[in-house]
Design a protein around this ligand. Sequence first.
Ligand code: FAD
Length: 306
Amino acid sequence: MAQTEWLAPRDPDELVAALRRMTGASRIVAGGSDLMLGLHASGFHPDLLIDLSRLDGFAHVRHVDGRVRVGALSTCAQLQDDSVLATHGHGLAQAAARVGSAQIRNVATLGGNVANASPCADLVTALVALDASATVIDGLGRTRERPIADLFAPGGGSALPPGEAIVECSFAQGHADRRSAFAKLGVRSSVAVSRLNAALVVDLDRDGATVRSARLAVGSIASAAFRADAVAAALIGARIDAACPEGFTHGCMRLVDERIPGRPSWAYKRLAVRGLAEDLWGVIGASGTRPVGKDPAPRSNRPQGW
Ligand SMILES: Cc1cc2nc3c(=O)[nH]c(=O)nc-3n(C[C@H](O)[C@H](O)[C@H](O)COP(=O)(O)OP(=O)(O)OC[C@H]3O[C@@H](n4cnc5c(N)ncnc54)[C@H](O)[C@@H]3O)c2cc1C
């Protein structure tokens, strides 16, 4: 059996040197919650494993120049309680809070969730709605910022080439009255599939109650989470203390009709997405900027978990 070399860079220079040595058979590992299962299942032995867990300085959440910057090594446990996200990225904090179990959230990282490129990755859906981009570094030490959507191959999977690592994700801080929310549908007894997830970002008028603009992202019904702003447009002009506009819930149902016609899960998901739309709207109206733990319980009677 081929030997796997293991490198654990501790600073950016060591990371760049390690990335320079990557081949197509090398892998990066952060929390390992996706990668290690994949390696066991496939029996694949990488020639080189780059372990990011000892890297200093990539687990931050801060405001810099009007953007919220989140280090790739931030864990879900950290993000769900982060005070910056509670105000400026509530939907991302909510998504982190809904990942797997407490044990998984303690190791699962933001960078791993993005790089793994699963169609149902919860943090990805929240990031897509926030219009986020990722900062990527290569083996020559060059960094570049790419829209999150560019990291996913058109037919599914990651578009990140070997020898590149995500170091940060960022999104515009937005106006004082920006609110965001995340909702998902899953089966608590199963960790195999996420059924459906969605994230909503709205900017409010000066009255603090009327939607001026809205962005929606939906995951699990395509090869990667995608934006559906035409559906979110049904919210423009709505008051957040009013009932969820029918145009929005119907638009969400139409999305399921268009994306997965004829699939066994179609009938179930087109009903379930209505509940998700109402949950998103409920969070925006009731607690869009409150700490995650104080969110109202989901209104739809649906299974929880991943
Ligand atoms: C029981 C269980 C429950 C789960 N529940 C959920 C859930 O509810 N929602 C959800 O979204 N996910 C869930 N997951 C999936 C997983 O936990 C997340 O995707 C997690 O965020 C992955 O992060 P990680 O640090 O563990 O990634 P790793 O497993 O270390 O890596 C995942 C992939 O990303 C690459 N990678 C990691 N970091 C980087 C980086 N910085 N730059 C470039 N490439 C990188 C690796 O090479 C690998 O291909 C679950 C997994 C398990 C085992």
